[in-house]
Design a protein around this ligand. Structure first.
Ligand code: PLP
Length: 441
């Protein structure tokens, strides 16, 4: 097991995997199996009763996924991790692991559009209320709390606004009230460690920078092991009341007793939510994500350095109205980048092209190397117009609250040579300023 604190080393050697115990293979094998042979009836019974930990069924655990889980936990400085089939499943599980019908949670307004839909509409149908708080003042989170509030939720580097979230400020407020902060760190793996700043749980869409090649959908929940789920039993009933689906287990008490570790959040997500709701990550997909993870720290450096160069170019181009990047925000919001990020400021860049929506469309259509896709974090450079795509199901008010103006274009800067990135941006911006050719009859 690697004791290194360096992400470049953890990505290759982190967790417990050294070589495959069955074959000594160095590369992580794909365990394409649904089930596992029990040693005897006692062993089977002990596994189901959680008296012993081991493989039962791939909906709940798999050795390939286990390698990925331990490495992501190590990268995030967490204690345990559970992989699921997508980033959306990770956000859903994160909330359902602490909230039940009649409960509420407070979420930042700066969110991925898919998460807004999940929180505002689907969770509402399940009787769970989201209360939105503007993170420009962390106290907004405290104002929204009542005795049914079970967690805070936010993104580290939310696009399109690209305002770094006040992690410590909000987690401190939460901890005063025994409310855990759950952070979606999809856009800033390696360069930000929310658990080090007081967050209790990190979720990822592994589809993005960690997978890194636009080939696999996946998600995970990382348990920081730094939150006392039993400190206020009324605040966290799902961890303190007997769970009749598991022989009356009180998860906050029983997991530390059984494992010797404060990983009640991860264990409950695995043995209750994966058991009941399904949505596991397929081992083939876990393998694909492991390939990405092994070079993610290296890629993040290139993503971030290319993004800085692109920002520098864009801020000087005459056809660009405005550039949005974490370090360009003024005052406390800009200062948060320095406080929470190290080794780079992210790969996401927003621009408003002069000439509004029409010029923006021309810009996107003129791009030759950038792909026009609904994704971020691919090794390739990507571009999209959020108002008509990723965020198109939001109301005008929700769009503006999330920072999506009509002409906003989101760029996810890839790891190509920076000169080629800038050349493509330049020719597309030049084209966006030219009048359209009228058909001559
Ligand atoms: N969280 C963030 C910040 C995202 O950008 C996305 C997807 O774009 C998700 C979660 C959902 O992830 P997935 O597409 O893997 O379900």
């Amino acid at each position: 097991m690697s004791k290194s604190k360096n992400p470049e080393t953890i990505a290759l050697h982190g967790g417990e995997y050294r070589s495959d115990p069955a074959t000594t293979a160095v590369a992580v094998p794909i365990y394409r199996t649904t089930s596992y042979q029990f040693n005897n009836t006692g062993h089977a019974a002990n596994l189901f009763a959680l008296k012993e930990f081991g493989n039962i069924y791939t909906r709940i655990m798999n050795p390939t996924n286990d390698v990925l889980e331990k490495r992501v936990a190590a990268i995030e400085n967490g204690l345990a991790c559970v992989t699921v089939g997508s980033g959306q499943a990770a956000s859903t599980f994160a909330i359902l692991n602490v909230c039940q019908s009649g409960d509420n949670f407070v979420s930042s307004t700066d969110l991925y559009g898919g998460t807004v839909n999940l929180f505002t509409h689907t969770l509402k149908k399940l009787g769970i209320e989201v209360r939105y708080a503007d993170p420009s003042d962390p106290k907004n989170f405290e104002k929204a709390i009542d005795d049914k509030t079970r967690c805070f939720y936010a993104e580290t580097l939310p696009n399109p606004a690209l305002r770094v979230f006040p992690i410590k400020e909000v987690s401190d407020i939460g901890r005063k009230h025994n409310i855990p902060l759950i952070m979606d760190n999809t856009a800033a793996p390696v360069i930000c460690k929310p658990l080090d700043h007081g967050a209790a749980v990190v979720v990822h869409s592994l589809t993005k920078f960690i997978g890194g090649h636009g080939t696999v959908i996946g998600g995970c929940l990382v348990d920081g092991g730094n939150f006392d789920w039993t400190a206020d039993p009324k605040r966290q009933p799902l961890f303190n009341e007997p769970d009749m689906s598991y022989g009356g287990a009180k998860w906050g008490e029983v997991v530390p007793q059984l494992t010797g570790a404060n990983v009640s959040f991860a264990v409950r997500a695995r043995v209750c939510l994966l058991r009941d709701l399904g949505a596991p990550l397929a081992p083939d997909n876990a393998w694909g994500i492991i390939q990405g993870l092994e070079t993610a720290p290296l890629r993040m450096k290139q993503h971030c350095s290319n993004a800085e160069k692109a920002v520098d170019f864009l801020t000087k181009h005459k056809n660009v109205e405005r550039v949005i990047y974490p370090t360009l925000h003024k005052g406390a919001v800009g200062d948060r980048t320095k406080k929470y990020f190290s080794g780079g400021n992210g790969a996401l860049v927003g621009i408003e092209v002069k000439g509004g929506v029409e010029a923006g469309k021309k810009f996107i259509e003129a791009l030759k190397m950038f792909y026009h896709v609904a994704n971020i974090g691919d090794a390739r450079s990507l571009a999209i117009h959020p108002a008509t795509t990723t965020h198109s199901q939001l109301t005008e008010e929700e769009l503006l609250a999330a920072g999506v103006t009509p002409g906003y274009i989101r760029l996810s800067i890839g790891i190509e040579h920076p000169d080629d990135i800038i050349a493509d941006l330049k020719q597309a911006l030049d084209a966006s300023g030219k009048p359209s050719l009228k058909a001559v009859s």
